[in-house]
Design a protein around this ligand. Structure first.
Ligand SMILES: NC(=O)c1ccc[n+]([C@@H]2O[C@H](COP(=O)([O-])OP(=O)(O)OC[C@H]3O[C@@H](n4cnc5c(N)ncnc54)[C@H](OP(=O)(O)O)[C@@H]3O)[C@@H](O)[C@H]2O)c1
Length: 310
């Protein structure tokens, strides 16, 4: 049998339930993965609450876009072999002890990368690659990252450093040492943000990534970056389109970037396997505590990835 977390209705964390289902069988071009860790992302909370659609016919609804695990069975024509250690992204319903996914949703997990880190690597990593690519961040740029200590933010900071950029990143003061460890110069968000960034970068900021969605993040970016095509938001879908900046992800008027994000996976795995891209796992929970895991993510200041471990 397979254990699966489902949303029984749309609502708060309490709608999550653990159910048992018969083990699935992979069809042609599919793989059965025994899940060792599944990453939780804010988008999962929006699926659960109904913010991404509240069709009753879709209930009970599975959750989770990413996982790491071991291939247990393969369908005809698969390039994978039972025993392979893999990362699955982007998939549907990753909060489970077993999962059937299409062959091409998998990349090899580096042996040096832990299960929990691998399970929480891809969604934030691929989003960060998309944001850095869309804004053309490169060597010699100074880039401002709003929300540098968040899941996406930690990836964006480290990947911008890998590209050779100078990174200034916002976070709560308690996360400033973490940002320094990741290679960024920290600044506190809140009143006076633009002045604090100007003091650090009197010659200007070349690009800005809003990974938070506040008016402050957007207004500061617009004030400091001359070229609007070098400002991206992944979280302000209300104002972003009208401001002429890059709006990335799902939602009307946004660039989903599916190809960029899928293409980023092998490189993300390689960098993480080499220890050049750190996944900071803030908390992990068993499947039966998925509701508590969602509460931790809803806090908005968890300081890394929250993962489920079957
Ligand atoms: N469009 C897409 O493709 C896409 C993909 C992934 C995520 N997202 C969205 O992007 C956002 C971040 O996701 P995540 O996984 O990184 O979330 P997360 O790990 O919960 O991080 C949230 C971050 O927001 C910061 N923050 C909270 N309140 C703030 C404020 N008032 N001003 C400035 N920063 C503030 C936190 O900083 P401190 O902890 O330092 O206070 C933390 O760094 C979410 O809204 C998520 O839905 C979009």
């Amino acid at each position: 049998m397979t254990q699966v977390v489902v949303a029984t209705q749309y609502g708060g964390p309490e709608v999550l339930a653990l159910v048992e289902e018969p083990s699935p069988t992979p069809g042609p071009g599919e793989v059965l993965v025994e899940v060792r860790a599944a990453g939780i992302n804010p988008a999962d909370l929006k699926v659960r609450s109904g913010a991404f659609g509240d069709d009753p016919a879709a209930l009970p609804r599975r959750l989770g876009y990413e996982a790491a695990g071991v291939v247990r069975a393969v369908g005809d024509g698969s390039r994978w072999t039972p025993g392979d250690e893999v990362i699955a992204f982007r998939v549907q319903g990753a909060y489970a002890s077993e999962l059937v996914v299409p062959d091409d949703a998998l990349v090899a997990k580096p042996a040096s990368l832990g299960w929990e880190e691998a399970g929480g690597l891809m969604l934030t990593g691929a989003t960060a690659v998309h944001a850095l690519t869309a804004t053309g961040v490169r060597d010699a740029d100074t880039v401002l990252v709003h929300g540098g200590a968040g899941g996406v933010g930690q990836m964006a900071v480290q990947l911008a450093v890998v590209r050779g950029a100078r990174v200034i990143a916002t976070a709560s003061p308690r996360n400033h040492d973490l940002l320094r460890e990741l290679g960024a110069e920290p600044v506190a968000y809140g009143e006076g943000l633009a002045e604090r960034v100007r003091a650090l970068a009197p010659d200007g900021v070349d690009a800005a990534l809003d990974l938070v969605g506040t008016d402050e993040a957007l207004d500061t970016s617009l004030a400091l970056v001359a070229d609007r095509s070098r400002i991206a938001t992944i979280a302000n879908f209300d104002r972003g389109p009208a401001e002429g900046i890059r709006v990335l992800g799902g939602g009307p008027g946004a660039d989903a970037g599916d190809d960029v994000r899928a293409a980023a996976r092998p490189e993300l795995a390689r960098l993480a396997g080499e220890g050049r891209l750190r996944v900071r796992v803030a908390q992990s929970f068993p499947l039966e505590r998925a509701a508590d895991a969602h509460r931790a993510v809803a806090d908005g200041h968890v300081g890394g990835k929250v993962v489920l471990v079957p």
